[in-house]
Design a protein around this ligand. Sequence first.
Ligand SMILES: [Zn+2]
Length: 146
Amino acid sequence: MNTTNHSGDDMPKSDEEWKRILTPEQYTVLREKGTEAPGTGALLHEKRAGMYRCAACGNELFSAETKFDSGTGWPSFDKAIPGSVNLVRDESHDMERTEVVCARCGSHLGHVFDDGPKETTGKRYCMNSVCLAFEENKTLDNPNNA
Ligand SMILES: [Zn+2]
């Protein structure tokens, strides 16, 4: 099920370890492929410049520049950081969807759909807010300060 490459360093390996570092809600969504209730996410209306990281491992996933208001109730992005996520075919719930997982730790993040903004990529990465950790970019001029 987990088709990603673990980097094998400080990554938690067992469910027990994940439960220790994640909140119960994060554990349900990230590790058991749950979905948070729409409209509830803390980052839904976040509009500052910055970086959205994997809440489980800190991997950089989405730049704030790619976030848009999809009206779905979940944080939505039209593009992921190259190499940051893996896409997995998901046929659960009698639907054919494309699951988005963190390329580093394999955690479930959400799904990607083809109804995103036409003027950019046409993709809609529909993410669970609870899977993301936002880091505000206070020094846009300095690329080394990421
Ligand atoms: Zn991760």
